[in-house]
Write a protein that binds this ligand. Structure first.
Ligand SMILES: C[S@@+](CC[C@H](N)C(=O)[O-])C[C@H]1O[C@@H](n2cnc3c(N)ncnc32)[C@H](O)[C@@H]1O
Length: 351
């Protein structure tokens, strides 16, 4: 593509390359076709019209290419357009493009309405990245855990202790749980012998996904790349667990909710945790949250410790995550692990 291509179309090919690098060649191909269609003045151009003037960075911040591919996938999952649904079952880029191209005109209003929603994702395999942190806290404190998750989306990682895990030669959790996960783990194992008991759990998100609403469930699923069926299967299973367990996510801003809901109690370790959320906050909100955390930490004692566990992008490389843990009293910050954004690999750094 030449340099005079506008950013709205460039974002499509760049996102396509990212999809390929992250194991979704199907969406790589589809986004290349979408970019060519935009240039040819096809239906992609009409669908992207609301974002046409955004610069490249803003295209990614608004996740415009991801909204587009999710809008097609949602149509497939709904079954409302049988040709699109059949094509997605085959996971063949030619067949999908042949089906979605006319659908972008026939179903244009529906797809455009879908794309107005802010993308909402909840990545279940981030639980395997956080698990080592929970185990470290349980081992270090010897206390049951009270788990408070910020920016939890649908709350699927609030059930981290209800899932089964394979970590190299080691396993943790319930081997018969409906949600099972493994990862390409390198480094020493986490302390899988720690005694873990979760005695309280709560979560917030400024815009939670309501799993009791089939439309919101499907919207969540549509953001999983169609050629990664194991991720989709894990998400479906985790949704069933959340519905069965009555997992609730309160609609609230992270700072307000932390101030209001998180208080330390004796005979338990209070854990505040989050994944892939920090950069969504402006710097002043990040500072306010750190201040809240430090205010709670000031009350921590050996019998009422406070932990801050997080999985967030490396400052210099958004494509890799760091898992960090700060535990009070003491307040030492440790880099526990580096990880793939979806938990495909974990490089465990703690001893
Ligand atoms: C990329 S998603 C990650 C969701 C989940 N933590 C995960 O790892 O799957 C980011 C989430 O942060 C939430 N969020 C962003 N800013 C927030 C804030 N100030 N307070 C609460 N939630 C926020 C969004 O609504 C969204 O659900």
């Amino acid at each position: 593509m030449s340099e005079d291509i506008p950013d709205v179309a460039k974002a499509l090919t760049r996102q396509g390359a990212i999809c390929r690098a992250m194991g979704s060649p199907l969406n790589g191909d589809l986004l290349d076709r979408a970019a060519a269609d935009w240039q040819a003045g096809g239906p992609v151009r009409a669908l992207l019209e609301p974002w046409a003037d955004l610069a490249l960075k803003a295209q990614f911040e608004a996740a415009v290419p991801l909204r587009l591919i999710a809008s097609w996938h949602e149509l497939a999952l709904s079954g409302d357009d049988p040709a699109v649904a059949r094509a997605y079952e085959r996971l063949d880029a030619d067949a999908i493009w042949a089906a979605v191209h006319p659908a972008m005109t026939v179903q244009g209003a529906r797809l455009a309405a879908f794309m107005t929603h802010e993308p909402q994702t909840n990545e279940v395999r981030r639980s395997i990245c956080l698990l080592g942190g929970f185990l470290e806290i349980a081992k270090a404190t010897g206390l049951p855990l009270r788990c408070f998750e910020l920016a939890a989306s649908a709350g699927l990682n609030l059930s981290w202790d209800r899932y089964g895990y394979q970590i190299g030669e080691d396993s943790w959790g319930d081997p018969r749980a409906a949600v099972q996960m493994d990862t390409d783990w390198t480094g020493a194992p986490p302390p899988v012998d720690a005694v873990v008991k979760v005695i309280e759990r709560a979560a917030c998100d400024r815009r939670p996904t309501d799993l009791s609403d089939p439309d919101q469930r499907r919207r969540l699923m549509s953001y999983i790349w169609a050629d990664q069926p194991e991720r989709l299967a894990r998400l479906r299973a985790a949704i069933e667990v959340a519905l069965a367990e009555g997992v609730a996510v309160e609609t609230a801003d992270a700072v307000d909710w932390t101030r209001r809901e998180v208080a330390l109690l004796g005979d338990a370790a209070t854990v505040l945790y989050h994944s892939v959320f920090w950069t969504y906050m402006p710097p002043e909100t990040q500072a306010a949250l750190v201040a809240e955390i430090e205010a709670k930490a000031a009350h921590a004692t050996a019998n009422a410790p406070f932990a801050w566990l997080r999985m967030e992008p490396k400052p210099d490389n958004m494509a890799e995550m760091e898992v960090r843990l700060t535990l009070w009293p003491g307040g030492e910050e440790r880099l526990l692990a580096e990880a793939h954004p979806h938990g495909a690999w974990v490089r465990w750094l703690a001893g």
